[in-house]
Design a protein around this ligand. Structure first.
Ligand SMILES: Nc1ncnc2c1ncn2[C@@H]1O[C@H](COP(=O)(O)OP(=O)(O)O)[C@@H](O)[C@H]1O
Ligand SMILES: [Mg+2]
Length: 305
């Protein structure tokens, strides 16, 4: 794909400005964290944003939508045991289990988890044969984010973060169709940049056919080493490619603290809150918590009006 092609693909997926937002701010904010490349920091991003937002008092649900179940393992749950008990995303989405049967609560101050397991890999083909295969998650989301039982539709979570799998197949399309916003972590190397336009084209298609309100929250450069010339060039290219049209957040630094944190099962933003590599995560958490604080002051606000 030439540079011009890439730029036009990005332009067509550009940020909706001024348009009336498709969700009212008093609703649960649903963010899909997506990139079809593996190893770019999706799961790490979900854990850090979820745990830090929960520590700020938000009610947060993390959805593991990846059959590899990295998020489930990171959160300290056992995918095989949960699968044996019928308590995974597959059982909720395709086998009519209730949210209360599948959600793993992590208690006060923590983020809840809707876990995954390898069984979810078969969902791709099951969804293909369902008439509503691209929008099943969207249809079922209400049951997940609203308080069970009561008829008053009180919301159960302020924030839902969906950890997508590394593909642009139906599982990711379901996440994009169910979300209000998509956050795109991108590793700062050339090969990773190549994939961004393809993802943004997919976002555009989902917006056109399934979810007109879908917004691109922004692109988050990850694993960035400012001492490395290749990283600096890749970041410059990313900003040049997207800067005018998409928000590019402060890059997450490359650091071994992330691997240590995944072993400990605690987000780096919780265990080492002052670490310099985390500025980008802090920036996003501040946005998420501001949104909720503003909303408490003003009962119903439609952004941009
Ligand atoms: N900023 C970072 N610097 C260094 N390593 C990181 C960083 N973010 C994540 N990692 C590590 O990179 C690996 C892949 O990250 P992960 O979040 O699982 O990516 P994905 O979900 O996109 O596959 C993990 O071992 C993780 O600990
Ligand atoms: Mg992952």
């Amino acid at each position: 794909m030439s540079r011009d092609d890439r730029q036009s693909a990005v332009a067509s997926a550009s940020y909706h400005v001024g348009a009336r937002r498709a969700y009212v701010e008093t609703m649960t904010l649903i963010i899909a964290v997506a990139n079809q490349k593996g190893g770019v920091g999706k799961t790490t991003t979900v854990v850090n944003l979820a745990q830090a937002s929960a520590a700020h008092g938000l009610r947060v649900l993390m959805i593991d939508a990846d059959p590899q179940a990295s998020l489930t393992i990171y959160a300290g749950a056992d995918p095989r045991a949960l699968e044996a008990e019928g308590r995974t995303i597959h059982h909720w989405l395709l086998e009519d289990r209730t949210p209360d049967e599948v959600i793993v609560p992590t208690g006060t101050g923590g983020a809840d988890l809707l876990p995954s397991s390898i069984r979810f890999a078969s969902a791709e083909s099951e969804l293909l044969s369902a008439w509503n295969g691209a929008s099943l998650l969207r249809e079922r989301m209400g049951s997940l984010v609203e308080q069970a039982g009561s008829g008053d539709r009180r919301r159960r979570y302020d924030l839902v973060l969906i950890d997508c799998c590394p593909s642009l197949g139906l599982l990711t399309v379901n996440a994009l169709a169910a979300a209000h916003q998509v956050l795109v972590p991108v590793k700062t190397d050339y090969l990773s940049l190549m994939g961004v336009s393809l993802l943004l084209e997919t976002v555009e298609r989902v917006r056109a056919r399934l979810n007109p309100g879908l917004e691109i929250m922004g692109v988050l450069p990850t694993m960035y080493d400012r001492r490395n010339a290749h990283d600096r060039e890749a970041l410059d290219e990313l900003i040049e490619l997207l800067g005018e049209r998409q928000r590019v957040f402060t890059p997450i630094g490359r650091s071994t603290v992330f691997d240590q944190a995944s072993v400990e099962g605690v987000a780096t933003l919780i265990s080492r809150p002052e670490h310099k590599a985390l500025d980008g995560y802090r920036e996003i958490v501040a946005r998420l918590t501001r949104r909720t604080a503003g909303e408490r002051r003003e009962e119903v606000t439609i952004d941009g009006r």
